[in-house]
Structures are given as C-alpha cells and as structure tokens.
Design a protein around this ligand. Structure first.
Ligand SMILES: [Zn+2]
Length: 272
C-alpha cells in the first residue's frame, strides 16, 4: 500500500504533466472501484487543472470549480502515457484522463480498493479529508503537539502514530521505522513516554519521511512510480519486513508481532 512518501513522489511526478493543462475528456472502463465512480468524472469535458496536491495519502486534482480526490487503495497506480497509446489497455486500466498536451493520466488498480471522488465544494471539507490530522511534515506537527496526545492516551504508541486523526499518513512502514530509530518499543503505552522521547520520535518521523521521499519512496509488492521507476528506500529499512534477519545495530534477530492486524517489526534489545 503506498504511504505518504510514495504518494508525495507520485504527486511530484504527475504534477508537471497536469498543472495548468486541460482535461479534454475521460475514458472510464470500470464503473466501480471501492466506490462507484461519480458521474461527473464520466462526463468531464474541457476542464482546466489549477493544481495537483497531496493530503495524507490522497491525491487532489483541483479544477476550476470542482476537485477530483484519488485514493490508491492497495494496488492503485497512476501513470502518464502518450495519448496515442490510449487504445491499448489491459483489464486493470480503469480510468484515463486525456489531457490537452498529448499525455493521458491512467489509473490502474488490480484489486480495485482505490477510489475516485468528485467534490463540488471546498475539498478540505470532503468527508474523507476533513477528519485528517495535521501533515507530519508540517510545523504544526511538533513535539508538544504529539506529547499532548501521548500523555493522555493509554494505547500502544504504534497504534497512536497510525491514527490519522492525530497525524495523517505515517502508516505501518514508517511507524515501525521511526520507533526503531527512536529506540522506543512499539508496545510502550503512549502515556509512559516522556517529552524527551516524544521529541526524538517527532524528529525521526520527519527524518524518515523526508529520506524516503528523497529516495522515491519504498517499493513493495505492486507499487511502481508513474515514470515506471521504482523507489529504493526499502534497502534502508531497519526493521520493516526483516523478521528473523539480524538487527543492523545489535545483531539480534528482528521480531515480528501483530498489533491491530498489522505487522509490527522491532528489536527487543534496541527498543525499550
Ligand atoms: Zn537491535
């Protein structure tokens, strides 16, 4: 599943092909992804793209009056293809937005857990976006902001980091990695963390996300970038996906356990 860094990298790649251009029309080959594709996206014609943004794991295509909101789900892929190649498609190529610059934004999704929404009002008030907490890379997300939540909550710190209402888009990979870098066990109850630990954790969350974006994100399973490249950040993982491999710091075996149905990877020795 693409997490924040991957979606940021995807947004940065597609944006120059879309911003300021016109969507001539759409080609929709599948009616339903996770949700039914809105009629307005079927009917879209000659609409200018004012901007392309990211919020959490959502890609936001801002039009003159409306907004398209895209979530890639588990296996959603956006690619930029030459419009002359629109006639060639596979059964998982569900949506094409044909742009007036001879390029097409194509959406491919094998498992169809992704979705496209059409928002007529301020997109920030969209039902999915309005409940999201601050972006982890923004200044609003800082040690005192996070400490305000950790000191009040009686839940595992990893579960807290993955709560999108508190901070959006850290996800499973980067919560595992940032806790390792901070030497904090994912099983620590959040209100046992002191401000010093929360300060280190906040710094490491930002560091790991920046570093991943710089490396094109982490490529796992079906994910690939719109330019057909792959991100290479996964080679820098300390714990994620490394069950039974040796800790890069202390050489003990990395342990995998489950927290709320998601895999947690950690080192008993390094993380307390
Ligand atoms: Zn270790």
């Amino acid at each position: 599943m693409p997490e924040l860094p991957e979606v940021e990298v995807i947004k940065n790649i597609i944006k120059p092909f879309l911003k300021g251009k016109i969507i001539n029309y759409s080609i929709i080959r599948t009616k339903k992804l996770r949700y039914i594709i809105p009629n307005d996206i079927f009917k879209i014609k000659n609409q200018k793209i004012l901007n392309v943004k990211r919020r959490g794991r959502y890609i936001i295509i801002i039009l003159f009056k409306n907004t398209i909101i895209i979530h890639l789900g588990m296996t959603g892929i956006l690619s930029i293809i030459n419009s002359n190649n629109n006639i060639f498609y596979h059964k998982h190529d569900h949506i094409d937005l044909v742009i007036n610059n001879n390029f097409t934004l194509r959406y491919t999704d094998i498992r169809k857990f992704g979705f496209w929404l059409w928002e007529m009002k301020n997109y920030k008030k969209n039902i999915f976006l309005r409940k999201l907490g601050p972006e982890p890379l923004e200044n609003k997300f800082n040690n005192s902001y996070l400490y305000n939540f950790t000191k009040k909550k009686n839940i595992y710190i990893k579960i807290l980091l993955m709560d999108n209402k508190i901070v959006t888009g850290i996800g499973n990979i980067y919560s595992n990695e940032s806790l390792f870098l901070s030497k904090i066990s994912p099983f620590r109850i959040s209100n046992t963390l002191n401000i010093k630990e929360v300060t280190v954790l906040t710094k490491n969350i930002k560091y790991i996300l920046y570093k991943s974006i710089k490396h094109g994100g982490s490529t796992i399973s079906n994910y690939r970038l719109p330019n057909n490249n792959t991100g290479n950040f996964s080679q820098y993982f300390f714990v994620y996906g490394r069950e039974n491999e040796l800790c890069k710091i202390c050489k003990k075996k990395i342990i995998r356990k489950t927290q709320r149905n998601r895999s947690t990877f950690f080192c008993y020795k390094c993380q307390k």
